[in-house]
Design a binder for this molecule. Structure first.
Ligand SMILES: C[S@@+](CC[C@H](N)C(=O)[O-])C[C@H]1O[C@@H](n2cnc3c(N)ncnc32)[C@H](O)[C@@H]1O
Length: 306
């Protein structure tokens, strides 16, 4: 790979999508282009890829690392939530495989000025791309105490959400990651070797700023619609909120919908649209986690269009 950022579950993704010569693929979360490169190599000489990312910096890096394949790659700065529109624009009516490697990239985490990390002082931004309307500072400084507490509880699964929201409202305006982290530390101190007390609040803000959960809910039905029969969808999630949406959707779409439910005589309203390739998610190996700690919480789910 041309990049210092390792793609999580790389072999597993290439195995799951099983790219073939002449196939058409979508990478909805291009990042540095690591998985995309594997797809291009495996689908040589004429497989094609539509690569999306909302982050212009990621696209610029991916464009460089994917230069050898540029004649069969289409790179677009857009959200995967607009998948159907992007495919229509290309004139592709069906594709062989779709990858979503959700969340932020290590490149984004490791760029202090993007504001994702509380370990470095930077403006409270946290936008994946310039298209997002609100920064983390906007939410922190404008939401009511109640709204902040709900957000931190729902998207951060943080038990101390009320205490943290109260402290934020008292201390604001807050402009930087360190300012916010110290407010959180003051009311929610470190407990034993648990994660840093600001971790969950930062996750919650990032999810809200980038409308992460609603984007996933929006793209999944479009992905099924776009796949050819036998085509595969592979989704890597990094926290339980994302994974729950993906898991519930794949389960629901893998069952026939019958009416009335639970009766012996029923009509089939909708046939299952997907088959889950693995009932349990695929997790990174211990070796991968040792080499790339970011992989620690990754879960891969794969489904095949019926
Ligand atoms: C985990 S990284 C992907 C890494 C990539 N698979 C690789 O191999 O380098 C996730 C990427 O998805 C992008 N992203 C997040 N939300 C998005 C959305 N709604 N639409 C498109 N891209 C998004 C982020 O900007 C980030 O670059």
């Amino acid at each position: 790979m041309n990049t210092p950022h390792r793609s999580v579950l790389y072999q597993e993704i290439i195995h799951a999508l099983h790219p073939v010569t002449g196939g058409r693929y979508v990478d909805g979360t291009l990042g540095a282009g690591g998985h995309a490169r594997g797809i291009m190599e495996a689908s040589a000489p004429d497989g094609q890829l539509l690569g999306l990312d909302v982050d212009p910096q990621a696209l610029a890096i991916a464009r460089r690392s994917l230069a050898p394949y540029e004649h069969r790659i289409h790179l677009v700065q857009a959200s995967y939530a607009s998948l159907s529109d992007q495919l229509a624009r290309l004139g592709w009516d069906a594709v062989d495989g779709i990858l979503l490697d959700l969340g932020a990239s290590s490149m984004q985490f490791d760029t202090p000025e993007r504001g994702f990390s509380f370990l470095q002082d930077a403006p409270l931004d946290m936008r994946f791309g310039p298209g997002m309307e609100r920064t983390a500072a906007d939410l922190v400084n404008r939401y009511s105490e109640r709204e902040l507490a709900d957000l931190i509880y729902q998207y951060g699964e943080e038990r101390d959400s009320r205490k943290i929201a109260r402290a934020i409202v008292k201390a604001r305006p807050l402009h930087t990651t360190r300012e916010l982290a110290s407010v959180i530390e003051s009311v929610s101190p470190r407990r034993g070797d648990r994660i840093h007390p600001a971790t969950r609040t930062f996750q919650a803000l990032r999810i809200a700023v980038n409308e992460e959960l609603s984007s996933i809910e929006t793209v999944l039905p479009q992905a099924i619609e776009a796949l050819k029969p036998g085509g595969r969808l592979a989704v890597i999630s990094f926290h339980s909120l994302e994974d729950r949406i993906v898991k519930d959707f794949l389960r629901e779409q893998s069952r026939d919908l019958v009416n009335p439910p639970y009766e012996q005589i029923y009509e089939v309203e909708r046939r299952a649209t997907l088959k889950e390739v693995n009932r349990k998610p695929i997790l990174p190996s211990d070796d991968e986690i040792r080499d790339n700690p970011r992989a620690r919480s990754a879960k891969l789910r794969i489904a095949q269009k019926t």
